[in-house]
Design a protein around this ligand. Structure first.
Ligand code: NAP
Length: 468
C-alpha cells in the first residue's frame, strides 16, 4: 500500500521520536512530553508495519489488530492496577514476554524462512542463521532470568542470595556449550540445535539470576531490560524491520547505561552484581534484626514544634514514603512550614526507593515544585546548615556505616549526610533494617528523634499540629 522508501522514512521518523522521548524522560518537567512523543512514534511504527506487512491482506490485519487490542487491553488493565512500589516486578514480567517473543519469532523464521525472505527451509542465509541463533539465545535467557527476577521481587521466591555450589564453573561451562551450539547451528541449520540453544539459554538465564540477592534485583531488572532490547533488535534484523532495530538498540543501550548508573550509585561493580551473593530479602525488606538499645522517641507534636521553629528543613524521602503513599501529606506539611517562613528542600538519593527516579515521580505526583528538589551531590553539604533533617521512610541512604564501616555491605555507597543537621527526625514503623539488611547507627544518636508509625499517618498528624 506504501512504497518501501516511504516506509523507511516513516520508520526513521518513529526512531527520531523515540530518541526525543528518551530525552524528555530524563527530567520530571519534560517527562509527560517525552511519553507523548514515544506514543506517537509507536503509533507511526505500528501503522507503517501494518501497511507494509499486510497490504490488502485482511486476515493478517485482523490478527495483528486483534493481538494489539488484546495485549494493549491487558497491559492497560495491569498498569492501572499495579502499585507504584510493585513496578519493578511488573517490568520484570513484561521483559520475560519480550524474551519469549524473540524465541517465537526466531522459531517462526526457522520453520517458514520464505515468509521472512531469508531463504527456503534447509537453505537459510548464513547471516539470518547467526541473527536467529543469537536472538533466540538472548530471548530465552531473558525469559527465565526475568521470571526468576519477578518471583524474587514479588516475594514468591526468597530474595536472599542463593549460593549454589560450583555455580561459577557451571555458568562458564553452560556459556561455552551455548557458544558451541550457536556456531554448530549457523553452519548446519539443524532445527534440533536451535532447540538445544533455547534449552541451554533458558537454564543459564535461571541459574545466573537465582544467586543474586534482592538488593541487587533492580539492577538485574535493568540489565534484563537491556537484554530484551538487544533481543528485539535481533528480531528486527530477522524481520528486516528498521523501527524494531532502532527501538531494540535504544532499549538495549539505555538499559545498559541505567544498570551502570545504579551500580555506581550503590558503589557496586557490575561484575559483582552479576556474580551475585549480596543483599537481604526483598520480599521482607524490613526483616533485619530489631535492637533493644534505647532510642529517643518523639510524637508528631514534638516534630511539628521543632520544624516550625527551624530556619531550614531538609526532607529525605525513601522507600517507606512510597509504601505509605505519604507524598501528598508531605507536600501539605512542607507548604505549612513554608508559610511559617521555614526554608524547605528535598534531598533525593539516586537509589532511594526501589527504582531509579522513584522519589522524583512521587514528589512530582504531589506537585512538589522541581526547584525544591535536589540531587545528593547538590545538597549534601547543606545538611550542616539545616536545623532539621526530616527522614521519611528512608534508611540505607542515610546510613553512615557506608562511610565508615568497611565490613558493611553498603560500604562505599554515597549517602546523605543527615547527621550533620541540628536534629534528625526519622519516621518509620519500628527499628527494622532497610533493604540492605543492616542496622543504622543514627537511630541511637543524641541528635536523633524517632517518630514511630506509618509515614502517611505520622505526617498527617504533624500537619494537624502545624495547623493549630
Ligand atoms: P530502605 O533502606 O529500604 O529503608 C526503608 C525504610 O522504610 C525501612 O527501614 C522501613 O522501616 C521503612 N518503612 C517501610 N514501610 C513504611 C511505612 N509504611 N511507613 C514508614 N516507614 C516505612 O529504603 P531507602 O533508604 O529508600 O534505600 C533504598 C534501598 O534500596 C537501598 O539499599 C538501595 O541500594 C536499594 N536499591 C534501590 C534501587 C533504586 O533504584 N532505587 C535499586 C537497587 C537497590 P520499618 O519497617 O521500621 O518501618
Amino acid at each position: 500500500m506504501i512504497d518501501a522508501n516511504f516506509a523507511a522514512l516513516l520508520y526513521l521518523l518513529s526512531g527520531v521520536l523515540f530518541i526525543l522521548a528518551l530525552r524528555g524522560l530524563s527530567s520530571p518537567s519534560s517527562s509527560r512530553r517525552g511519553n507523548l512523543l514515544g506514543m506517537v512514534g509507536m503509533a507511526i511504527a505500528i501503522v507503517t508495519t501494518l501497511l507494509v506487512a499486510a497490504p490488502g491482506d485482511w486476515i493478517s490485519w485482523i490478527l495483528i489488530l486483534g493481538g494489539l487490542g488484546l495485549g494493549g487491553g491487558i497491559g492497560a488493565f495491569i498498569a492501572r492496577q499495579v502499585k507504584m512500589t510493585d513496578m519493578p516486578q511488573l517490568v520484570a514480567a513484561f521483559h520475560s514476554l519480550v524474551g519469549l517473543a524473540a524465541v517465537f519469532v526466531a522459531a517462526a523464521a526457522l520453520y517458514a524462512p520464505e515468509a521472512f525472505e531469508i531463504g527456503v527451509p534447509g537453505a537459510i542465509h548464513a547471516q539470518a542463521l547467526i541473527e536467529m541463533s543469537i536472538g533466540v539465545a538472548i530471548g530465552a535467557f531473558t525469559f527465565t532470568g526475568s521470571v526468576i527476577a519477578f518471583a524474587k521481587l514479588n516475594g514468591n521466591m526468597s530474595g536472599k542470595p542463593i549460593i549454589l555450589p560450583a555455580r561459577h564453573l557451571i555458568h562458564i561451562v553452560l556459556a561455552i556449550v551455548l557458544l558451541a551450539l550457536i556456531w554448530a547451528f549457523t553452519v548446519s541449520a539443524e532445527p534440533v540445535l536451535f532447540w538445544l540453544i533455547t534449552i541451554v539459554a533458558l537454564v543459564l538465564g535461571g541459574l545466573m539470576i537465582i544467586p543474586i540477592g534482592g538488593a541487587d534485583m533492580p539492577v538485574v531488572v535493568s540489565m534484563l531490560n537491556s537484554y530484551s532490547g538487544w533481543a528485539a533488535a535481533g528480531i528486527g534484523f530477522t524481520l528486516g524491520n528498521t523501527a524494531l532495530i532502532i527501538t531494540g538498540a535504544l532499549v538495549g543501550s539505555s538499559g545498559a547505561i541505567l544498570s551502570y548508573i545504579m551500580c555506581k550509585a550503590m558503589n557496586r561493580s557490575f561484575i559483582s552484581v552479576i556474580l551475585g551473593g549480596f543483599g537481604g530479602d526483598a520480599s521482607v525488606s524490613s526483616g533485619g534484626a530489631e535492637e533493644d538499645r534505647p532510642v529517643k522517641q518523639g510524637a508528631a507534636e514534638d516534630a511539628a514544634f521543632l520544624m516550625r521553629n527551624a530556619g531550614k528543613v531538609i526532607i529525605v524521602p525513601g522507600y517507606g514514603m512510597a509504601v505509605a503513599q505519604a507524598q501528598h501529606a508531605l507536600r501539605e506539611m512542607a507548604d505549612l512550614l513554608k508559610s511559617a517562613g521555614v526554608e524547605v528542600r528535598y534531598a533525593i538519593h539516586p537509589v532511594a526507593g526501589r527504582m531509579p527516579g522513584h522519589m522524583n515521580v512521587l514528589l512530582a505526583e504531589a506537585n512538589v515544585p522541581y526547584d525544591e528538589v535536589f540531587e545528593l551531590e547538590d545538597i549534601n553539604s547543606e545538611f550542616a546548615q539545616a536545623d532539621v533533617a526530616f527522614v521519611i521512610g528512608a534508611n540505607d541512604v542515610t546510613n553512615p556505616a557506608a562511610k565508615t564501616d568497611k565490613t558493611s555491605p553498603i560500604y562505599g555507597m554515597p549517602v546523605l549526610n543527615v547527621e550533620d543537621a541540628g536534629t534528625v527526625l526519622f519516621i518509620k514503623r519500628g527499628m527494622a533494617a532497610g533493604y540492605a539488611g543492616v542496622q543504622n547507627e543514627l537511630f541511637f544518636r543524641d541528635n536523633t528523634m524517632m517518630l514511630f508509625g506509618d509515614a502517611k499517618k505520622v505526617t498527617e498528624e504533624i500537619v494537624k499540629s502545624l495547623g493549630h
